[in-house]
Design a protein around this ligand. Structure first.
Ligand code: ZN
Length: 273
């Protein structure tokens, strides 16, 4: 995407709470408002987890539908739903929304990983089942990779013809117990992708800002948002997701890149929408 960069906002996540940052969007109305603000600030994609009325993470297709419809009424942002879910969700629960919601994009976790003291399990048979379901409903996957081995595992899906190009990766760096962020780690992930694939870099916690610069330097795309990091700077909470997107847009513009629009991305990634 010449001269442009795709910015994703992961506004809520599964593990962040209002105790971490009171501005976390949780309710349907709060998420829809955050989506609108992030779009205005330069985000093209909203990475979406949803919560119950009590604020607990849920993979309920009904709740996804409700939130996506509220987002749609406010903005044209692309919605990428999670199929990683929350720690402890079964693969069946995580996959159910794909058929029922048929989002334009969704994350597809490419392996098993530590998540702090918890862990996320994705076997190859699970990944194949996910990839087949995505293909059936023409949902563009983001191959979410927390480990270098995950990038290689994704290539098995590609080789088996379960996913069609263009390929889009999400590299998640700095999750406790997984791969710490470094430019060298990012480069090793990037080099392992199939030729011509695009990638979004997600630096968790304090690595968020350096990862944005590294993404630009490496020709990748940026993800920010409260799922990954609730701070604007050391000890200072971000006022909103949009504040983080605004900074990402500013950094990109200084590097000579314009934030891509949702329609740019729809065309480029050949989304069904
Ligand atoms: Zn997520």
């Amino acid at each position: 995407m010449d001269g442009k960069i795709v910015i994703t906002c992961a506004c809520t996540g599964a593990e962040t709470t209002k105790a971490h940052n009171p501005a976390l969007p949780v309710t349907v109305a709060e998420v829809a408002q955050a989506a609108e603000e992030c779009r205005k600030a330069g985000a093209a994609i909203l990475h979406l987890h949803v919560r119950t009325d009590e604020g607990k993470p849920t993979a309920s297709p009904e709740r996804f539908k409700e939130v996506i419809e509220a987002v749609r009424r406010k903005t044209d942002i692309i919605v990428e739903i999670t199929t990683g879910g929350a720690v402890g969700d079964t693969p069946e629960e995580r996959l159910r929304p794909i058929a029922l919601i048929q989002p334009e994009m969704a994350s597809l976790d490419c392996g098993t990983v530590n998540f702090g003291d918890e862990f996320i399990v994705n076997t190859l048979p699970t990944m194949r089942a996910f990839a087949s379901e995505f293909r059936k409903h023409q949902v563009r996957p983001t191959f979410e990779c927390f480990d270098l081995g995950h990038v290689y595992a994704s290539r098995i899906l590609v080789k088996e013809g379960l996913v069609e190009p263009p390929y889009h990766y999400g590299f998640v760096l700095n999750v406790p117990g997984a791969v710490p962020y470094s430019p060298a780690a990012l480069e090793s992930f990037r080099a392992a992708m199939p030729e011509g694939a695009d990638f979004t870099v997600m630096g968790i916690g304090r690595s968020s800002l350096p990862a944005q610069f590294a993404a630009i330097a490496a020709g990748g795309w940026i993800r920010v948002g409260f799922e990954d990091n609730v701070y604007y700077s050391k000890g200072v909470l971000a006022k909103s997701n949009a504040e983080l997107v605004e900074r990402a847009s500013r950094i990109a513009k200084e590097a000579g890149l314009a934030p891509a629009t949702p329609d740019d991305v729809r065309k480029y990634l050949k989304l069904r929408g």
